[in-house]
Design a protein. Structure first.
Length: 94
């Protein structure tokens, strides 16, 4: 896999840099099922994957836009996530 590079935000009027959403992070309990869901529902494919000892990060995207979904799979997570443990995040580029 190739190294990830940051997205360059578009220029706004007046020469200032415009903000843009880059990706959203979602915690998932079943990684393969989640990848299959996003592929079938939205046509997203794996752009990058990083496997670590206790978790994996999978970035999904399609050719239609620059926005990605980051699936975070915590290995050994057998119980459903709750509002306190299932938090995600939204990344922006400014």
């Amino acid at each position: 896999m190739t190294a990830r590079s940051p997205n360059t935000p578009p220029s706004a009027p007046g020469g200032m840099s415009a903000s843009s959403f880059t990706y959203t992070g979602i915690r998932v309990r079943d990684l393969d099922r989640s990848i299959d869901f996003y592929a079938k529902a939205f046509g997203l494919e794996i752009a990058d994957r990083f496997d670590f000892e206790g978790f994996s990060l999978v970035y999904l995207r399609n050719d239609e836009n620059d926005f990605e979904i980051e699936l975070t799979w915590n290995k050994g997570q057998s119980e459903p996530y709750t509002h306190g443990s299932g938090y995600g995040h939204l990344a922006v580029c400014v």
